[in-house]
Ligand binder design. Structure first.
Ligand SMILES: [Zn+2]
Length: 163
């Protein structure tokens, strides 16, 4: 009959055969190995729970990032469509045809203002991307490296109550 070794982490001691009364063979050489084994199993369970939490949280953040990406796309399309529409307008209705002062109710630098809306949407997308990376388990050092700033700056800029 094969002899068993202790299941204690890193123990492996050969265990005595089951007695003539039979019964379940022992798994551990000692109470200490039994409790060490139990703690190890608990740690593995917690790791699994953490991984499941991470997958769930990342799925939610990925959904937010996707929405932010669509907003960027919408803003970009809106700007491109406005530029196309302007090209079809008569000269006097185009910014280059305004002269000075600006026509009543028109703000200066209209192209820059339009592009800034796009940038605003992109900033929201970057913040959503950082939250998604954080949820997936990335540290501030990795986020900072991707952004080209220090770990502290990245954390100060993008830390949220959740991440
Ligand atoms: Zn043992």
């Amino acid at each position: 009959m094969a002899r068993h070794r202790c299941h204690g982490p890193g123990c492996g001691l050969l265990l005595p055969d089951a007695g003539p009364a039979g019964g379940r063979p022992r798994l551990f050489c000692s109470e200490r190995c039994r409790s060490r084994h139990r703690r190890l199993m608990q740690r593995i369970d917690r790791g699994r729970e953490r991984r499941e939490d991470r997958l769930q949280a990342t799925a939610e953040e990925r959904h937010r990032l996707r929405a932010a990406a669509f907003t960027v796309a919408r803003e970009a399309r809106r700007l491109a469509a406005a530029l196309d529409a302007e090209a079809a307008e008569p000269d006097w209705r185009q910014p280059a045809g305004w002269g000075r002062p600006h026509p009543a109710g028109r703000l200066g630098a209209p192209y820059t203002r339009s592009a800034l809306q796009l940038l605003e949407a992109a900033h929201v997308a970057v913040a959503a991307a950082v939250a998604a990376d954080r949820a997936a388990g990335n540290g501030w050092a990795e986020i900072g490296a991707a952004l080209g700033v220090s770990e502290d700056t990245a954390a100060r800029r993008y830390r949220t109550p959740e991440y």
